[in-house]
Design a protein around this ligand. Structure first.
Ligand code: SF4
Length: 369
């Protein structure tokens, strides 16, 4: 090999080496760039992940706070329900509903001056005023405690009962209610109005969002003169029609004279079985005295019964006079072909029933009577 040739080869080798080095450097640079990009991506992902985690944690914390916030007032809700029911009991026991007082005062005006009937009505009037003024029970017999509750779907009835029972005990301690419920078999009276079937709760679901609680305090004397007839009733010549119904209702009024602390109000139910008939007859007493029956025949019968009863001369407390009945409310239930019951519940002049609509926090939003 000549010297020239050898030099050429050397130069070529150098150039090739340079090219290879350049290529490698480029490759490394590309790789480095890619690695950098990947690292960046990873870092962004990490940050995003962290942010998401933080967001989720925040959401969870927010939910927990909301739950706590929701839970917190539930203790207050129970207390508020307790206080509202306590007030409902106080008012029911001590203040006669407006619709009843109105009829009592109208009846007083109709009684002849100086008669025993007028005297009895005046005592009733004074009794009503005094009870309201002193916030004391209208009558020493504060009666059977009956609650009628209308509530939306999903309402916790057992929780309601527990709170109400506590309110009943407190109302008894405060003297709004007499210690009135005894063990039937032993006669023991040591449960502050709480016992089997007492108070009596009647729940109905309705389509509104609100809860309506009605309370009736029904005295023993008037409960004793309630009656149930199975028609046909041969002795009274009462058949299975409204004429027969009229006969047995008037019979119940005559039999109650001098008992049950009249003038009274009748709740009547035609039909049903014996149990349903009596419960519904009590629910008729939840109607306002000045309302009208939506069934024309029954509306006419209600007016006829009051008019006829007040001509019987029984009068307040059975002393004679023009006021025997303050009202009569008649309902109807389906029956079996084999049965035709007429159930009569009698309410004395001390007609204690009230009702409230509860607000979202169980506060009393509205009085119903
Ligand atoms: S019947 Fe009525 S007024 Fe008479 S004692 Fe009983 S609760 Fe009182």
């Amino acid at each position: 090999m000549t010297k020239k040739k050898a030099t050429k080869k050397k130069v070529a080798k150098k150039t090739a080496k340079k090219k290879t080095t350049k290529k490698t450097t480029k490759k490394v640079a590309v790789k480095k760039k890619a690695a950098k990009k990947a690292t960046k991506k990873k870092a962004v992902k990490k940050v995003a992940k962290k942010a998401t985690k933080k967001k989720v944690a925040k959401k969870v914390a927010k939910k927990a706070t909301k739950k706590t916030a929701k839970k917190k007032p539930s203790v207050d809700l129970k207390k508020q329900l307790h206080d509202s029911i306590l007030e409902l009991i106080r008012v029911t026991s001590t203040v006669i509903p407006d619709d009843v007082q109105k009829v009592i005062l109208e009846s007083l005006k109709k009684e002849k001056e100086g008669t025993s009937a007028e005297y009895a009505m005046k005592i009733i009037e004074a009794n009503i005023e005094l009870a309201k003024k002193k916030s004391q029970p209208m009558c020493q017999d504060t009666g059977t405690i009956l609650f009628f509750i209308e509530h939306p779907a999903g309402y916790h009835q057992n929780e309601f009962k527990k709170v109400v029972e506590k309110a009943v005990v407190e109302a008894t301690k405060k003297g709004y209610l007499r210690q009135n419920s005894v063990d039937t078999l032993t006669g023991a009276n040591n449960t502050m109005n709480i016992g089997l079937g007492h108070p009596s709760f009647h729940f109905h679901e309705h389509n509104k969002n609100t809860v309506e609680v009605k309370l009736m305090l029904k005295g023993g004397g008037c409960e004793n003169v309630g009656a149930q007839y199975a028609l046909p009733h041969t002795a009274l010549d009462a058949g299975r029609d409204l004429k027969g119904v009229r006969k047995v209702i008037l019979d119940a009024i005559v039999k109650a004279q001098g008992k049950g602390c009249g003038p009274g109000v009748l709740g009547v139910t035609i039909g049903g079985d014996r149990g349903a008939g009596f419960i519904d007859s009590k629910e008729q007493l939840l109607r306002k005295l000045d309302d009208s029956n939506s069934i024309p025949e029954l509306d006419a019968l209600e007016r006829d019964i009051v008019e006829t009863a007040n001509k019987l001369g029984i009068g307040p407390m059975g002393f004679g006079g023009k006021t025997t009945l303050l009202g009569c409310k008649i309902g109807v239930l389906n029956r079996l072909p084999a049965s035709y019951f007429v159930s009569v519940s009698y309410m004395c002049w001390a007609f204690r029933r009230q009702g409230v609509v509860l607000g979202a926090n169980n506060e009393i939003k509205k009085w119903l009577y």
